[in-house]
Design a protein around this ligand. Sequence first.
Ligand code: NDP
Length: 255
Amino acid sequence: MSDVDFGLQGKVVLVTGASSGFGQRFAPVLARQGANVVVAARRRDPLLALEESIEQDGGRCLAVVMDVSDQASIKSAFDQAEGAFGCVDVVINNAGIGLSNPLLKVTEDEWDRVLDTNLKGAFMVAQEGARRMNSQGKHGSIINIASILGLRVASHLSHYSASKAGLIQLTKSMALELADYGIRVNAICPGYILTDINRDYFETDGGKRMIQRIPQKQLGDIDDLFGPLILLASDASRYMTGSVMTVDGGHSISK
Ligand code: NDP
């Protein structure tokens, strides 16, 4: 029996939405696993700061500006990644926006922004990545950051839930078609993860009641996503494709 290899030595990993939140935390972890990391988002300054800090720690990183709703910008980012590192082996579709609004008040513009970023954007980035892996004759891994709100619903998040449910089904469609090319596609569905944005809410009575509905009766931390992320990026998951991993303290299976 061979040892399990969770290492990312020599792999080139592109992370979208790396200018804040999850993506900003994912990038240094991937670099410490040995990956050459390409960090992408629309805001350049936080990406440059991240690139500098990863390189100061001895990692290899390239910051590229990318708007996932703009195909030309996606192509340009992949060109820059290939120019620096030769190829992209792993794509992490993490960029996303969440707007909250009651169903009857959601505007067409809000609907389009959420769907264009969370679903169409993820599709275009994955398609571009897969085309390039295939044209270089390389195997690869695509990881879509969905949400438990793609599996269950909550009020005022109709557009967000629809985008994440679509992303889960897209993950399975892509996995089916891309298996022939040796490209694996999987999704991670985070539950309620404590971040600066929701910290105050979870201190309120409503927020505390929400936590009690989670079977593990606690919120997740961004660190809880690192294990599944590294597993799916590495060859340790070489027989996994089309899977949907929940990281939610059991929330998706609760009443
Ligand atoms: P943040 O708001 O902190 O970060 C979102 C990132 O997406 C930013 O880096 C932003 O960068 C980028 N982004 C947004 N729009 C675009 C675009 N058009 N093109 C390129 N990049 C874009 O969110 P989180 O880190 O909390 O969330 C990350 C992912 O995880 C999202 O997909 C979210 O839906 C999902 N998720 C989050 C949960 C949570 O509890 N936080 C729970 C479940 C899922 P910039 O503005 O510079 O472009």
